[in-house]
Design a protein. Sequence first.
Length: 105
Amino acid sequence: MKRRCPKCGAAWETGGPIGCREECPECAAFMHTCANCRHYDAALPGCRLPNTEPVRDPHGANFCEEFVYLDDPAARTRPAPPADAGHNENQARRRFEDLFRDPDP
């Protein structure tokens, strides 16, 4: 399987999954990192999977068992919010504020 380094763009062949200490053959960047994983969300910042341990350096090597190499960086883009997202946020905010209002003003 052909892989591409997200840091320098170099391509290389690999026979299986990315190892915990695997490096790019050109720039020596670690490949088994949160930033190279399908589950990583830079907006959080962190993993979208609920039961994973937080990592200090998303670009450093780690031993996460949930790691899935992100072959296509464009796949990381987040979907656009629905057209009525603003309405739902306002409605949720009103319900939240109602929890703390004095019932007898």
